[in-house]
Design a protein around this ligand. Structure first.
Ligand code: NAD
Length: 374
């Protein structure tokens, strides 16, 4: 099969969908990889590294799109890419269709087979192609929080780990899923005193077993939250209600309870945020201040560390890419229920309920696609 990797052209996107090790593996399996020149630059992978791995490096995105039977990307196709998509071509990437009707309609018109990273789902309910980005964001939340606590950035001037004779910072983490657990691990590793709130007792029990002793685990309710906000130097928002907007747990009036110069990093900002005063910001201009509290609301945190994020993402996506190349999308999806759930739009038909519901479009049962198969 011919696998294509175009350069990401969405603003400030520096990740790439395939690393040289992936190219080497695909070429070893007998596939051809067509790679757009400089697509790996932002993640620190040179064209030369891709050539050595066996890719055919071409200068124009149009050539990649024209040749590839399977296109692997990171972000959804943006408008200039829409005319390049062609009937029957498989595109494997983050799509987030429900966020954009124009994209959904363009993909329906194009006739491609759109397999979305974000809806690939294991029988356990886990979303294996979203998890790595939550891991990155959780760890990064603490790194960014520590930075903005520094005086030069307007912070209170507290060092996360303290020193002998001086107490460490208090870090409050709201939500103990993937983001929260990784934030807790980082903050604890730096020597801070961490309190993590979650609603799930099972999750709290599990975290009690795996996190170090400088992490306290507390049931999430209004009383406990308010008590912890008074003490916190850094607050990390990491709550998720699947398929819904994040609940606004920290209210504007609560900021007055906090110490001036404290920092809030609301990782959940991409689902509206769990802090009432949070709004989405960018890596170029990540923070703003409300009532003396620094707010960090970058909605694509992994984009700030593209080298790590590319490796983490491709570690998770590559096994699926390999199977799609080896077996074709029909057989790969038939054999793997997790990948089957990644199918969103197939040759003009919407097959994922969330996408059909979002725009009132007719829904096709993906099983019928296999019955029609030759
Ligand atoms: N900003 C970014 O760049 C970025 C990157 C990755 C993920 N995210 C976002 O981070 C958020 C968290 O992601 P995740 O992968 O950790 O989700 P997750 O499902 O693994 O964890 C969410 C946790 O929130 C807990 N929770 C729900 N209601 C709560 C409440 N009232 N109080 C305390 N805890 C509560 C749940 O029990 C669960 O443990 C999501 O919105 C995700 O989209 C943002």
């Amino acid at each position: 099969m011919i696998v294509g990797v175009p350069r990401e052209i969405k603003t400030a996107e520096h990740r790439v969908a395939l690393v040289p090790a992936g190219v080497e593996s695909l070429v070893g399996d007998g596939h051809t990889v067509v790679f757009e020149q400089s697509a790996g630059d932002g993640s620190g992978f040179s064209d030369e590294a891709y050539r050595i791995a066996g890719a055919s490096v071409v200068s124009r995105a149009a050539e990649v799109w024209a040749k590839a039977e399977l296109v692997v990307k990171v972000k959804e196709p943006v408008e200039p890419e829409w005319p390049c998509m062609r009937t029957g071509q498989v595109v494997f990437t983050y799509f987030h269709f429900a966020a954009s009707e124009p994209l959904t309609r363009a993909v329906i018109r194009s006739g491609i087979v759109a397999i979305a990273y974000e809806t690939v789902q294991l029988p356990s309910g886990e979303l294996p192609l979203l998890t790595p980005m939550s891991e990155v964001a959780g760890r990064m939340a603490v790194q960014e929080g520590a930075k903005y606590l520094e005086k030069v950035y307007g912070g209170s001037g507290v060092l996360l780990g303290g020193v002998p004779g001086v107490l460490p910072a208090e870090v409050l983490i709201i939500g103990g899923g993937t983001v929260g657990a990784h934030a807790a691990k980082m903050a604890a590793g730096l020597g801070a005193h961490v309190t993590l709130l979650d609603l799930s007792l099972d999750r709290l029990r599990y975290l009690a077993d795996v996190l170090p002793p400088n992490v306290d685990l507390l049931y999430s309710n209004r009383h406990n939250l308010v008590e912890q906000l008074r003490k916190a130097d850094l607050v990390v928002g990491a709550v998720l209600l699947p398929g819904a907007k994040a609940p606004k747990l920290v209210r504007r009036a609560d900021l007055k309870l906090m110490k001036p110069g404290s920092v809030i990093v609301d990782v959940a900002v991409d689902q509206g945020g769990c802090i009432e005063t949070i709004k989405p910001t960018t890596h170029e201009n990540p923070t703003y201040i409300v009532d003396g509290i620094i707010h960090y609301g970058v909605a694509n945190m992994p984009g700030g560390v593209p080298r790590t994020s590319t490796l983490a993402l491709t570690n998770a996506t590559f096994p699926y890419t390999k199977r799609l190349a080896r077996n074709g999308w029909r057989n790969a999806c038939k054999q793997d229920p997790a990948l089957l759930l990644g199918l969103n739009v197939v040759e003009g038909k919407v097959v994922y309920p969330g996408v059909a519901e979002a725009f009132g479009l007719p829904l096709t049962d993906p099983q019928t696609l296999f019955m029609a198969a030759p």
